[in-house]
Design a protein around this ligand. Structure first.
Ligand code: URP
Ligand code: ZN
Ligand code: ZN
Ligand code: ZN
Length: 483
């Protein structure tokens, strides 16, 4: 056969183009795109004029990470990547997290063991540098960057992860010299520590006080400091999980100075707010489900984040999938029903709902156009993390990672529920959200991994993707509306 598979009558949308064509796939790659492709094909799937986008690239996912407090992430590399695939994501970039006192190489070896034979879609790794010794910054990091680990995350808070400013500078200098992308978790650790101590001393320990322990100024200050360190060292950074206006203002200010400051936000800052940390009925622990850092803010801040998607401020949208079960002893209630907020594991699930929520409320809701959606969720993460153009677009030569979408007519919206999802996490924070779309079909390197509600991939089908050096992201003006 000329092709293993032809996807006919696709309404193809990339970050730059929109057109109708057939897509010819051989050996996992796109080998032809044309109107009315002819030639023998092992299988033909008629997309019937439906919207087809590049598979999602989720550049911020936590899978099977050991924790310092004994909490256990709900998803391993099988359940986490299964969940991703069913929601239209075909590449995830989880973290290989260094533990203090250990080498980066140990982390890399450990996470390869965790992923190998389990992932159902392709994956790369970011490094988390938590112990920036000279051996790490001068030997290990340069070697690993050269071996395809070209992005790293650093933390300004969390006792087991955080780096001081001097260490951050050392890491940024290495990233500059060797061409890596540095992601920064920007929250001021000492502010959080002081506020937490005083809240707990005053008996204010319920889940909702998590938000009070990390007000916007905590994120604003650290965002500004990260920008300053990036400017000092003269190297780009990406500020992860930006939650609201004051951090957005800092990034906007930095861009005005011509600094290469990139920014990520996540669905939780568009769809959740401080209200979601409140008790529900007699379930006093309910708010634990939405404890993540930075915390969800208020409606005004949600609007600022939407504006930043529309106006080009944000570079990527990732899930920050960090799932802990609500029921059972190893997740959110690790320290019990009445646990003070500072003993609740931070993070929420979202790898499967990222694309459907953003396509529903962003594109079909008229806030961003389809090209900006593809740019934020696929093309830009692929570019920033050195996977483009293998990932992140629909083009001849690219991997055949595609999503064929079902769009639901107005009045035919579906209600998002945990029962639909394929993560091992026992809840979704987005329960009850109206959905205007869901993937009808997800292809990962030409293999069907999700079709008409059925998951069809095998553990181990996913391959490790070594990353090239970062490329500049694209930024559409994105003000035109779709349709
Ligand atoms: O609360 C969060 N976001 N947990 C995941 C780890 C991180 O900081 O991204
Ligand atoms: Zn030094
Ligand atoms: Zn973080
Ligand atoms: Zn994270």
């Amino acid at each position: 056969d000329t092709y293993d598979l032809i996807v006919k009558n696709a309404d193809i949308a990339t970050s730059g183009d929109r057109y109708q064509a057939d897509i010819g796939i051989r050996a996992g790659r796109i080998v032809a795109i044309a109107k009315d492709l002819s030639g023998e094909a092992g299988e033909v799937i008629d997309a019937l004029g439906r919207l087809v986008t590049p598979g999602g690239v989720d550049g911020h996912v936590h899978l099977d990470q050991p924790t310092s407090d004994g909490a256990v992430f709900s998803d391993d590399f099988f359940t986490g990547t299964r969940s991703a695939a069913c929601g239209g994501t075909t590449t995830v970039i989880p973290f290989a997290a260094q533990q203090k006192g250990h080498s980066l190489q140990e982390a890399v070896d450990d996470y390869h063991r965790r992923a190998d034979g389990k992932a159902v879609i392709d994956y790369a790794f970011h490094l988390i540098v938590s112990d920036a010794t000279h051996t790490v910054t001068r030997e290990e990091l340069p070697r690993l960057i050269g071996q395809g680990y070209t992005s790293l995350k650093i933390y300004m808070t969390y006792d087991d992860m955080k780096l001081g400013d001097r260490q951050i500078i050392e890491v940024l200098a290495t990233a500059r010299q060797h061409g890596a992308m540095t992601m920064v978790h920007a929250e001021n650790s000492d502010c959080i520590g002081w506020l937490t101590e005083h809240l707990l001393a005053a008996g204010l320990a319920a889940p909702s006080y998590h938000g009070n322990s990390r007000p916007m100024v905590v994120e604003r200050e650290a965002t500004h400091r990260a920008i300053a360190l990036s400017e000092l060292v003269d190297t780009p950074i990406l500020i992860v999980h930006v939650s609201g206006q004051e951090a957005v203002e800092q990034i906007h200010w930095a861009r005005g100075r011509g600094l290469p400051i990139y920014a990520e936000t996540c669905p939780q800052y568009l769809f959740l707010s401080a209200d979601d940390l409140q008790p529900q009925g007699d379930d006093h622990a309910h708010g634990m489900r939405c404890i993540c850092s930075p915390p969800p803010r208020d409606k005004g801040n949600q609007q600022v984040i939407w504006n930043g998607l529309a106006n080009g401020l944000f570079t990527i949208v990732s899930s920050d999938h960090a799932p802990f079960n609500y029921h059972g002893p190893q997740g959110k209630r690790l320290a019990g029903e009445q646990a003070p907020f500072n003993q609740v594991p931070n993070g929420i699930p979202g790898v499967e709902t990222r694309l459907p929520l953003l396509l529903s409320e962003g594109v079909l809701g008229g806030r961003i156009d389809i090209h900006r959606f593809v740019e934020l969720t696929s093309t830009n993460p692929a570019r920033l993390y050195g996977l483009y153009p293998k990932k992140g677009t629909i083009a001849v030569g690219s991997d055949a990672d595609l999503v064929v979408w079902n769009l639901f007519e107005p009045g035919q919206e579906q209600v998002l529920s945990h029962a639909m999802l394929h993560s091992a996490c026992d809840y979704t924070p987005y329960e009850g959200q109206a959905l205007r779309c869901w993937p009808a079909l997800t292809l990962s390197r030409g293999r069907t991994v999700w079709r008409d509600g059925v998951f069809t991939a095998q553990a181990g089908d996913g391959q490790f993707q070594p990353c090239l050096r970062p490329r500049e992201p694209v930024t559409g003006s994105a003000l035109a509306k779709w349709l």
